[in-house]
Design a protein around this ligand. Structure first.
Ligand code: G3P
Ligand code: MG
Length: 247
């Protein structure tokens, strides 16, 4: 079983593919993170109106594509025609939004691990978790199972229904006293915590419950050293050109 003592995943995880070096959550970012030696990727996944899992962080298109407004109601045929690269820099002009299917294929071919953050469009939490998990359970042929994480407990409940055997992790940005109970209740194998929350006490608490501890988004040298000293299992970073993932 996957737990804190038997954590099979790479320690370093490239955030949104390659952080800010390429347009986030696109295949171009995954290729760049891979070129920097990263063998595990975090990405944000939601559903199109016709139920296709694809990568997008925000509820709206404006920041990271040439589309406008909320993503709600748009099907994948429409979304897949958007330019998700020009906002970043001219070199990435025409880079499309990535489907989860394309990312799955990339990770399998490159023998990379994947952390799918369920980022549901509001109101679709359970359905997003269920469909994404079921799709990955059906299609994933990689060596390590995809790790499904979310801030949204309903999405993790959906993931549990769609694929009870795929590992899950609870994301937290604040320290609530019931976070461990919630994670255990959802059958999670890990908590992914905002790095500023992590102390030796917190790590010991999770370890005593056999929960692994991962952390986001670690971009600072001193903070990375502190977290490695505490013994976190995973660090999610934007700075794939800076942190050596082999350590
Ligand atoms: O999954 C870790 C991290 O990505 C959570 O925050 O906003 O970058 O998706 P965010
Ligand atoms: Mg994320």
């Amino acid at each position: 079983p996957i737990d804190a003592a038997n954590w099979p995943y790479p320690r370093w995880v490239a955030h949104r593919g390659a952080g800010q070096l390429a347009p986030e959550n696109t295949l171009a970012a995954f290729r760049l993170g891979h070129a920097h030696g990263y063998r595990m990727f975090e990405c944000d996944v939601r559903l199109s109106a016709d139920g296709v899992p694809f990568l997008l962080h925000d509820d709206a298109l404006d920041r990271t594509t040439d589309g406008k407004g909320f993503v709600t109601g748009l099907d994948w045929a429409t979304l897949s025609r958007l330019d998700a690269g020009s906002w970043h820099s001219p070199a990435f002009r025409g880079e499309p939004l990535a489907s989860l299917e394309a990312v799955r294929s990339f990770c399998e071919t490159q023998d990379c691990a994947l952390n799918v953050e369920l980022k549901p469009t509001p109101g679709t939490e359970f359905e997003t978790g269920r469909v994404v998990a079921r799709t990955l359970l059906r299609d994933w042929r990689g060596r390590l199972p995809p790790l499904l994480s979310s801030f949204r407990t309903e999405a993790l409940r959906g993931a549990c229904e769609g694929a009870p055997t795929l590992p899950r992790a609870l994301l937290i940005e604040r320290l609530e006293p019931d976070c461990v109970d919630i994670a255990l209740g959802l059958g999670c194998v890990a908590i992914v915590a905002y790095h500023g929350l992590i102390t030796t006490r917190f790590e010991a608490w999770l370890r005593s419950e056999r929960l692994a501890l991962l952390t986001y988004t670690v971009n600072d040298d001193a903070e990375a050293e502190r977290l490695l000293g505490i013994g976190v299992q995973g660090l999610i970073t934007d700075r794939v050109d800076h942190f050596d993932p082999s350590r």
